[in-house]
Design a protein around this ligand. Structure first.
Ligand SMILES: Cc1cc2nc3c(=O)[nH]c(=O)nc-3n(C[C@H](O)[C@H](O)[C@H](O)COP(=O)(O)OP(=O)(O)OC[C@H]3O[C@@H](n4cnc5c(N)ncnc54)[C@H](O)[C@@H]3O)c2cc1C
Length: 263
């Protein structure tokens, strides 16, 4: 692998946690100093037969951590993920030197509630928010968080896909400013599941009511599946959220077939 030294680091896989056959968490040594803010994404790539393929991945780690962490879903006929899924600790990959993205925590609008909505790997930027705020809160005391409160909903087909459920449930039970609810959309394939059921976009109204969240005081963050984002945006707008109070990070564009299948 010959990275273009100006724009790329030669990164190395430090650790790999397989969440399921097609989901894994990679801890990566980026190979050089990489500045980022919670909620940003990094561009990872590989070169095969002289062809470089690169894709964006939300960063799940906090800037306070040494390693860069990403939560990746295998797209079976995709250009990059089948190769990424072949990687083991010690293997190299390319990492762009600059993290990008504006899906960062909204400290500035004056809205103090933050509704974090995701499907599967779309939880990654929210893990970064919570890890970062936890560290700030722990070191700096309650004033660091002020009256900001985070309400997180994560959807997946089955419970083994959540990736960070134990960690987020731990934060949820410890922190007065963080709530987390995981929901399974195919409970018939997961008879052990005792938690919330249904698609995250279908549960949105229930939880905005339950948590007493309103558009004027709440920033909504939608991350992951494009159809979930579209449906959630519609629900939020009907419930009074203005465009500027809804932040979005779509991971790809839904095909018409996919959008219809989810409708
Ligand atoms: C800002 C941003 C952040 C992202 N963060 C993450 C992340 O944290 N984790 C992650 O796994 N992916 C993330 N993605 C998606 C990622 O960049 C790639 O698109 C994805 O990994 C597929 O790459 P590929 O080369 O294997 O497939 P491609 O060759 O790029 O895609 C093949 C086909 O599959 C579709 N597709 C792409 N992703 C999916 C998917 N997840 N499910 C179903 N169909 C899909 C594409 O639209 C295309 O039609 C992010 C994308 C963006 C824009």
């Amino acid at each position: 692998m010959t990275p273009s030294a100006e724009s790329h680091f030669c990164a190395r896989i430090m650790d790999r946690r397989d969440v399921s056959e097609d989901l894994c968490v990679l801890r990566i040594n980026p190979g050089g100093p990489l500045a980022y803010r919670a909620g940003q994404y990094i561009t990872l790539g590989m070169e095969r037969a002289g062809v470089r393929t690169e894709r964006a991945y939300s960063i799940a780690s906090s800037p306070y951590e040494d390693a860069l962490e990403v939560f990746v879903e295998l797209v079976p006929r995709g250009s990059l993920t089948p190769s990424l899924f072949q990687l083991s600790p010690g293997d190299n990959l390319l990492c762009r030197k600059i993290a990008k993205g504006r899906f960062t925590f909204d400290f500035h609008s004056g809205r103090s509630n933050h509704l974090l909505i995701s499907t599967v790997t779309g939880i990654a930027p929210f893990v970064s928010y919570v890890r970062t705020l936890y560290r700030d809160w722990h070191n700096g005391g309650a004033s660091v968080i002020g009256n900001h409160k985070l309400f997180c909903l994560q959807g997946a087909s089955r419970a083994f896909e959540f990736g960070y459920r134990e960690e987020l449930e731990r934060y949820s039970s410890e922190l007065p400013w963080f709530k987390y609810v995981a929901t399974v959309s195919r409970p018939w394939e997961d008879p052990e599941w005792r938690g919330e059921r249904g698609r995250v976009d279908d549960l949105l109204r229930k939880y905005t009511d339950k948590w007493e969240l309103q558009g004027e005081t709440t920033t909504a963050y939608l991350c992951g599946h494009p159809t979930m984002i579209e449906n959630s945006r519609g629900t939020l707008k009907r419930a009074g959220w203005k465009k500027e109070a809804i932040l979005e990070e779509a991971y790809y564009q839904a095909t018409i077939k996919e959008a219809e299948a989810r409708a």
